[in-house]
Structures are given as C-alpha cells and as structure tokens.
Design a protein around this ligand. Structure first.
Ligand SMILES: Nc1ncnc2c1ncn2[C@@H]1O[C@H](COP(=O)(O)OP(=O)(O)O)[C@@H](O)[C@H]1O
Ligand SMILES: Cc1ncc(COP(=O)(O)O)c(N)n1
Length: 270
C-alpha cells in the first residue's frame, strides 16, 4: 500500500530547523511521503539568516512540474516563496487546479527577525494566491502586515481571521505563538472556517526553541489533509503535532539562538 504524498514549496534552512528541512521531517514523522520544490537557499542557523539566494522562478516551476507529472500529490504546502514572481507563478499553477489541498503559510520574516519575502510580494499573496488556498496560516505579525491592521487582543485575532477570509481564502488560521506569555498561559490560534471562528488551544511551552514552529504546523496540516482528514481535523492534528514537537525539543540546546523542534517526539508517544 502506497503512503500518501505531499509536496512542500519552500526555502532551505541550512540550520535544519525550519523551511524544507522542517517540512520533510514533519511529513516523515506523520508517515507521509514528502516531495519538495526549493524556492531559495538560505545561509541560516539558530541565530539568524546570513544570506538568501532565490532560485529563478522558472526553475521553481520546473521542480513543481517534475513532481506533479509523476507522483500522486494529495496535498501541497507553501512556505518561503521569496519573490513576487514566484508567488504569482505558484498562484497560476493553483488557478489551473494543479495544487490540491493547498496550505499557504505566508512566510515573511524569520523567528530571528530577518526578512524572507520581497515587500512587493505581499500584494501577490493577497490578490493572487489566497483565493486558491484551502487554508492560509499567518502568524500575528504576518496577519497584521497582510491586513494593514493591528492585533492587540484575542478579539482582534478573531477579527483578523475573519478578515483574511474576506480576502478570498476558504479558511484562515491566525497563529498566536509569538507573544511570549500569552494572557491565558496558552498558545491560542484562531481559525476562520468560512462560516465562523473557533480557537485551537494548547499549553504554552516555556522554551527558546521555536525555530520552525510555523513551518511544522503548516506542513503537518498538509500531511493530515493528504491522509484524507477534513480541514478541522487536520488543523487539530497539526496543533497536537506541533505542541508535541515543541515540548519534545524544549530542553535541547542546539545552537545559541532559537533552537529547533523534535519532530519525532510524535512518533515516540503515539
Ligand atoms: N512556546 C510555544 N508553546 C506552545 N505552542 C507554541 C509555542 N510557540 C509557538 N507555538 C504554536 O506553534 C504554532 C506556530 O505558531 P507561530 O510560532 O506563531 O508561527 P510562526 O513560526 O509562523 O511565527 C502555533 O500553533 C502556535 O500556537
Ligand atoms: C527557509 C525558511 N523558511 C521559513 C522560515 C520561518 O520559520 P518559522 O517556522 O520559525 O516561522 C525560516 N526561518 N527559514
């Protein structure tokens, strides 16, 4: 029996914590066969991004086409797309119906604060790619940038999730992982499912190791969709997966900055 196949379209993190490396580990931990199209190389570690080398858009498309022409891809995740041209090219493939169960994580800035997206690409995300997404998964800062709004309270977070739906995404998650010390002592993400909002809650893990949390949440969502889960079930599964991965790597001291997660903590406890 073949495993389900998922595709990640994202950047490489040389430090192994985020990007393509996090996505492929997530797929493997969830027993999904992972394929990849690399949009950019980053020279990166737990402390920051030293350099970005974007792949030519035509070569990103060539990688995606090579995978789709041969393998039965059941779900797709996009991470760092780097340039407006690549965002637009991926949107064109989505418009042709070639990217099933599309999870769009609009990566703009790394956890170390470095820019990973051309500023002019934000409009391409909003206008071209979002209308084809099954779900979009910005963090608080990305949601603020995309909406031109400020998110200060839980009510604002709900409003932002709804407003992302108004931009054309079938569903949206505004992840609440980054304000250290959430008022509720929990990591609370707000989901707009096309009809109403609800919250995904998990315990807050006190750790400096949050490099790759967003990538892993989005790729876990794609993995569960590839396995046939509906979106609500896939998002709940992804939340459980990322929480276990953060908890599993909480005591690791790999690198002097924001360290990585233990993606295989999931397999050990299951
Ligand atoms: N310290 C933490 N403890 C528990 N959950 C966390 C922690 N940090 C992030 N998360 C969760 O990880 C997921 C990714 O969110 P976030 O870190 O905001 O994304 P990004 O990496 O894109 O900034 C969300 O479900 C969020 O709630
Ligand atoms: C290549 C690449 N892609 C994405 C991220 C964002 O990471 P995070 O998941 O922590 O938001 C990153 N730092 N590097």
């Amino acid at each position: 029996m073949n495993p389900p196949v998922a595709l990640t379209i994202a950047g490489s993190d040389s430090g192994g914590g985020a990007g393509i490396q996090a996505d492929l580990k997530t797929f493997a931990a969830l027993r999904v066969f992972g394929t990849s199209a690399i949009t950019a190389l980053t020279a990166q570690n737990t402390l920051g991004v030293r350099g970005v080398h974007a792949a030519p858009t035509e070569f990103v498309v060539a990688q995606i086409a090579a995978v789709l022409d041969d393998l039965p891809v059941a779900a797709v995740k996009t991470g760092m797309l780097a340039t407006a041209a690549t965002v637009t090219a991926v949107a064109d493939l989505a418009a042709q119906g070639r990217l099933p169960h599309l999870v769009v994580d609009p990566v703009m800035v790394s956890s170390s604060g470095d820019r990973l997206l051309e500023p002019e690409a934000e409009a391409a995300y909003r206008d071209r790619l979002f209308p084809h997404a099954s779900v979009v998964t910005p963090n608080l800062r990305e949601a603020e940038a995309l909406l031109g709004a400020t998110i200060r309270s839980r009510a604002d977070q709900h409003e932002a999730a709804r407003a992302l739906g108004d931009l054309g995404a079938a569903a949206a998650v505004v992840k609440g992982g980054h304000p250290a010390g959430d008022p509720d002592g929990e990591a609370v993400d707000v989901v707009w499912d096309g009809k109403e909002t609800h919250e995904l809650r998990a315990r807050w893990v006190d750790t400096p190791n949050n490099h790759g949390t967003g990538c892993s949440f989005a790729s876990a969502t794609a993995a569960f969709l590839a396995q046939g889960d509906d979106l609500r079930t896939a998002l709940a599964g992804a939340k459980a997966f990322v929480t276990k991965a953060i908890a599993g790597g909480a005591a690791w001291r790999l690198g002097a900055g924001h360290g990585p997660l233990d993606h295989f903590a999931w397999a050990q406890v299951k």
